[in-house]
Unconditional design. Structure first.
Length: 210
């Protein structure tokens, strides 16, 4: 499976290692204000759980999984990424795919945090459109240009959840959908082809972990 722009999108996931999160003046709208504080608080939580020294990769993956499941709408994102092929998938394929999608995200991004330990997240402002809040920010690095990031956040089932990350204009879920749909199309339109590819990719990521 060809995973394009992986390092680029990883910058967004790497925001959790930021050492500071300055806030602009509070938003007047309660929804956008809550979404903005949610992203800021998430950075603190991740730093305390993921940047602890002397923990194994397995423990780091466990903590990362817990954080992802608590803050990202992985079920909704995974379903959206599959597009029209979700309706074509059997019940068993859907269940297997969603579990593999979760494992794929965890295996792909866990080790990438360390690359951004010297970065700082700056939240600029937050806007809303329909049911989504867009937290506009940037990652400032001492040795490179800032990276512009927009966090798309929704409030469902009584809590805020991240549903997309747009890095320098590139949508994470759009990129993931393009990659997955390409794999399905090259597998005669069968979701089973993507499932097989994910199994192989996850196995490779785990075997090369270190």
């Amino acid at each position: 499976m060809n995973i394009s722009r992986r390092g680029f999108i990883a910058a967004a996931f790497g925001f959790w290692v930021c050492v500071a999160t300055p806030f602009p003046p509070a938003q007047a709208d309660a929804f956008t204000d809550g979404a903005q504080k949610f992203i800021g608080a998430l950075g603190d939580r991740a730093q305390n759980s993921l940047l602890v020294k002397n923990i194994t990769l397995e423990e780091r993956q466990t903590r990362f999984r817990e954080l992802m499941l608590d803050t990202f709408d992985l079920h909704g994102v995974g379903k959206w990424v599959l597009g029209r092929y979700w309706r074509r998938a059997s019940r068993n394929e859907r269940q297997q795919y969603l579990k593999l999608f979760e494992d794929f995200i965890i295996a792909t991004y866990t080790k990438r945090f360390k690359a951004y330990t010297d970065a700082k997240l700056q939240i600029n402002n937050t806007t809303s459109k329909k049911s989504s809040a867009f937290v506009k920010s940037q990652i400032n690095r001492s040795s490179a240009k800032p990276i512009r990031i927009v966090w798309r956040v929704k409030f469902t089932d009584g809590k805020y959840q991240i549903v997309d990350i747009v890095v320098e204009g590139v949508s994470w879920i759009q990129t993931q959908r393009s990659e997955f749909v390409s794999v399905i199309r090259n597998s005669d339109g069968k979701v089973s082809g993507l499932i097989d590819a994910l199994i192989k990719k996850i196995a490779f990521l785990k075997s090369s972990a270190g």
